[in-house]
Design a protein around this ligand. Structure first.
Ligand code: 13P
Length: 257
């Protein structure tokens, strides 16, 4: 049985104070002895330590939204995986669509980061997803195949204990458009079969595949009920405790069923 992961990607949002208040609200809501659902927040880099200190001891983990693939050194503006583990950060989001499409990261760039983060012992949340035009031209599976093949090139099956896949259709991110549960399930099933073909049935069965794209309290339960949806990567709704907590709650309720 795969354990739900509900992760909040704060993107380039919050202040130190508003982030701290949000983290406090979540930490008091998610007890450390709540193994049913894994909960993670990914604040902006400048606030990672502050937020990390607040959630430490609760059931909320903290992760980064990016990292660089080189060891510490002369790479102005970048963040090393060594720095993330140094501050107790245990996860990193890689290949997010905003980094692919706004910052022009390629699958090759993402692959270097994936391998470095895995080496550092971080949990990697590898994001994949198609553009609206790609969906409309029936390219969804081809795009997912390219992104999975590129992002995971050279990654050994033994690393999969540290890998989570996030399916985030780009057209559903921050738009209020959500993939229907059927669309999400179809893409997740494709990804699970991809893992089975490229790795093994055991890896496919154990690897969590999150859905991301306008997840809200009113659609969370239906999305999370899909057989191959193992959690949510939440953007906008993760910035308000009153929206994020009901999404966590939906996962907790489904785990108890
Ligand atoms: P929204 O939930 O705001 O659509 O963002 C999704 C996302 O990009 C999470 O990584």
């Amino acid at each position: 049985m795969r354990r739900f992961l509900v992760a909040g990607n704060w993107k380039m949002n919050t202040t130190k104070e508003s982030g701290a208040q949000l983290a406090q609200a979540l930490a008091s809501e998610v007890p450390s002895e709540n193994p049913a659902v894994e909960v993670l927040v990914c604040p902006p880099f400048p606030y990672l330590t502050t937020i990390g200190d607040i959630v430490t001891g609760s059931g909320v983990g903290y992760g980064a939204q990016n990292c660089y693939h080189e060891a510490p050194g002369a790479f102005t503006g970048e963040t090393a995986t060594e720095m993330l583990t140094d501050i107790g950060c245990r996860s990193v989001i890689l290949g997010h669509s905003e980094r692919r499409h706004v910052l022009k990261e390629t699958d090759a760039d993402i692959n270097l980061k994936v391998k470095k983060a895995l080496e550092a012992g971080l949990q990697v949340i590898l994001c994949v997803g198609e553009l609206q035009s790609e969906r409309e031209s029936d390219q969804t599976e081809a795009v997912l195949n390219t992104q999975m093949t590129g992002g995971l090139a050279g990654v050994d099956g033994a690393a999969f204990g540290q890998i989570v896949i996030a399916y985030e259709p780009v057209w559903a991110i921050g738009t209020g458009l959500t993939a229907s549960p059927e669309q999400a399930e179809a893409a997740h099933l494709y990804l699970r079969n991809w893992l089975k073909d490229q790795y093994s049935a055991e890896i496919a069965d154990a690897t969590r595949i999150l859905y991301g794209g306008s997840v809200k309290p009113d659609n969370a339960k239906e999305l999370l009920s899909q057989e191959n949806v193992d959690g949510a990567l939440v953007g906008g709704a993760s910035l308000k405790a009153e929206l994020f907590i009901p999404i966590i709650q939906a996962a907790v309720e489904l785990s108890a069923e």
